[in-house]
Design a protein around this ligand. Structure first.
Ligand SMILES: [Zn+2]
Ligand SMILES: [Zn+2]
Length: 335
């Protein structure tokens, strides 16, 4: 099979021929049709994941079809369309798993980091990491839902915000363009926070009721005019931008952060205390959360905006993803 691997930290993508792998017990082989490129794939390329073993095939936004079944797999069959995301399986026996919180498993695996991912024609996945793809959803759209999609969808649906509440989505990028669509479709009063007039038409098209241009107006004042946000989903990878909107939260408001900026936040604890505000992180989700994301997206018409590249142009595709010019996700296709 054709695959794109990284063989050392900081190395370039290498297009290689590899033996098609065989699934072990409780695993399946997926014939990959599409794989999104995520910013987190830089963890493999740059070597910023402790203990990562090379060579490694990155990729955790996988959509394809089950091609072979390992021993002991009873609930999946050959030919089934499936996605594999960031959550690459769990041990079922640790204290978190015993409580049913599989995403927090102490021995959880990450696809494309702990084992080879989807920048390849085939990959092996634990059956516990599979999400069924609805019939109507093309593979190149299903891919980005398996990390970017589930992360913001799952963050918003667990945020405590109810229909009609003011929810801000900060940043109109890879995560944010999906966040705005999900916030709208979940029934929130959806406020997009960005920089520059050029994003306004897009934000409204994605479903935002209002767009706040931080270059022109003070987002805190604008959010307070609405009574303050119940939730601000911070997707812009800027500690300064994230820190600057805390005062835009209402009473019990939550600043919810699903993707890590490089720098620490600077936040006045007094402003948290006086309005009982909170700041929290959000971690992805399980395979069933991803399947919920796929199903919700089909039911409500949420679509990722993508640019497609064939696998043999992986280096160019990866650069495009990191250029900041891409709108908004890059997806590798295998044929
Ligand atoms: Zn990702
Ligand atoms: Zn566990």
């Amino acid at each position: 099979m054709k695959a794109a691997q990284i063989s050392k930290a900081g190395g370039d993508f290498e297009l290689v021929e590899r033996e098609i792998p065989e699934p072990g017990p409780e695993q399946v082989r997926v014939k990959v049709e599409a794989c999104g490129i995520c910013h987190s794939d830089a963890l493999v390329k740059d070597g910023n994941w402790p203990g990562l073993q090379y060579p490694r095939i990155p990729g955790h936004e996988i959509a394809g079809r089950i091609d072979a079944i390992g021993a002991g797999v009873t609930n999946w069959e050959k030919g089934r369309r499936v996605g594999v995301g960031w959550h690459g399986g769990h041990d079922f026996v640790c204290e978190q798993c015993r409580r049913g919180d599989f995403a927090m498993c102490v021995n959880r695996k990450v696809t494309g980091i702990d084992f080879d991912g989807g920048y390849a024609q085939y990959m092996i996945a634990p059956a516990s990491a599979l999400a069924a793809i609805p019939n109507d959803l093309p593979a190149e759209e299903a891919g980005p839902f398996m990390c970017a999609g589930v992360t913001v969808y799952n963050a918003l649906r667990n945020s405590g915000a109810h229909a009609g509440d003011v929810v801000g989505v900060q940043g109109i990028g890879g995560l944010g363009h999906l966040g705005v669509q999900y916030a709208r479709q979940m029934g929130f009063h959806t406020i997009a926070l960005g920089r520059g007039r050029d994003k306004e038409a897009l934000a409204k098209k994605l479903g935002a009721h209002q767009y706040i241009d931080s270059d022109v107006v003070d987002p805190v004042k604008e959010l307070q005019k609405l009574g303050g946000a119940r939730v601000i989903l911070a997707t812009a990878p800027s500690a300064k931008a994230i820190s600057s909107v805390v005062e835009g939260l209402g009473v019990n408001g939550n600043l919810l952060i699903p993707a890590a900026p490089n720098d620490p936040l600077t936040i006045s604890v007094m402003s948290l205390i006086m309005r009982r505000r909170s700041v929290s992180g959000w971690y992805s989700g399980t395979a069933r959360d991803s399947q919920d994301t796929l199903e919700f997206s089909v039911h409500t018409g949420v679509h990722p905006m993508i640019e497609k590249f064939p696998l043999n142009r992986v280096a160019e595709a990866y650069e495009r993803m990191h250029s900041g010019k891409v709108r908004f996700r890059v997806v590798l296709t295998m044929d």
